[in-house]
Design a protein around this ligand. Sequence first.
Ligand code: EPZ
Length: 419
Amino acid sequence: MTDTRLYIEGGRKISGSLSVHGAKNSVLPVLAATLLSPSVSRIKNCPALSDVYSSTRILGSLGCKCRSDKSAIEVDATALSDCEISESLMREMRSSIVFLGAILGRLRRCRLSFPGGCELGPRPIDIHISGLRSLGAKIIEDHGVLDCTLPGTVTGAVINLPLPSVGATENIMLAATIGSGVTLIHNAAREPEIKDLAGFINAMGGKISGAGSSTVTVEGVEKLHGAEFSVMPDRIVAATYMGAAAITGGELMLTGVRPSDMISTISQFEQMGCGVYPYSDRIFISAKKPLNPIKTVRTAPYPGFPTDCQPILMAVLTRARGTSVIVENIFENRFRAAPELRRLGADIKAEGRVAVVEGVPRLSGSPVVATDLRAGAALVLAGLAAEGTTTVSNINYIDRGYEQLEAALKSVGARIKRV
Ligand code: EPZ
């Protein structure tokens, strides 16, 4: 961990306008999908994130050529030569597991080390593995390495996911695209990022329908061609910016967003008493009144309230007038922002999957440590509202999912700098 930190002088209202960059959780599977065709694809609206650079390094290690210009990345996957992802690259970014389906789809063979757990708890891949086995994959796990082969062509399958796993849905879509027959994925994840991935694969000549619903249908095709695609806006970054306005009692115009992806998130901000005005590709939020608590908020698979927004909402609720209860139903260890928020004066009791947040009249600045991507963002939001100076360290976590967060917040009135 580098010792670069964010220094924040709290107590200033956020106000102004911010554009929202492309979605991390869409660009990662889309970059993996470029492997499916021995050609050149151009991915636009790519965010400048460390997870994106990790993905281009993985593509490079497999024999692809990546070229980025401004916010587009061009991937030439013609010379895909290797089917193995090194342990160090897998450890750098656990969501590299989504390359498994893409490499199998193209080379019918893949070796990668088991993705480690992460800050949110063990990140099992049993649903990925059983889904790929339903497509005919032979997957051997030994000494922490997954050795996978996909003999012959995929001739279709009916797969019922035990829970709507985003990554597993994506991996099955990627592995089933090239082949014959039809694959049905029941209880598929419905996140907008799944629709984005289907949109890109279809632009390459794939035949995926039902993405965004609970049943995704993948009709096997013989081959794909390169395509140009623009990644959807990041709905979690948009929610984070809304949190900055809410926690400081300010107002923000967000541009380049898709409000229809954010209905459950917008409703939480409205319950806190914020004025939220969604238009076609923008959202205006104003938090002129003191914030109300939220009696109970539960995270759920899309279209429920996103687990990635839970730490963000927790930070904002530390300033609400009263008691809020948060139930985290997706990950088993996702209240890691709580102890650090308490160091800023928040009153939070987290027990298992339930956290009780008692609003406090003020927060006070303190050195705090980011423990994961969204917890780090939550600490930055709390620092914006805390009196005095807050320093946030381990901001490498934040750089995985936010493009220059400090520059964005500074442009709308925050006193924040990276040192
Ligand atoms: C994706 O992770 C996102 N990451 C996560 O965002 C997000 O929190 C998560 O979906 C839920 O929305 C990317 O898209 C790169 P899951 P993923 O498979 O695919 C369990 C962020 O902050 N599970 O839907 O790993 C799992 O343990 C990141 O941007 C199994 O049990 O999520 C979890 O409890 C964090 N077995 C639940 O399902 C499996 O084989 C949801 O996981 C797979 C998952």
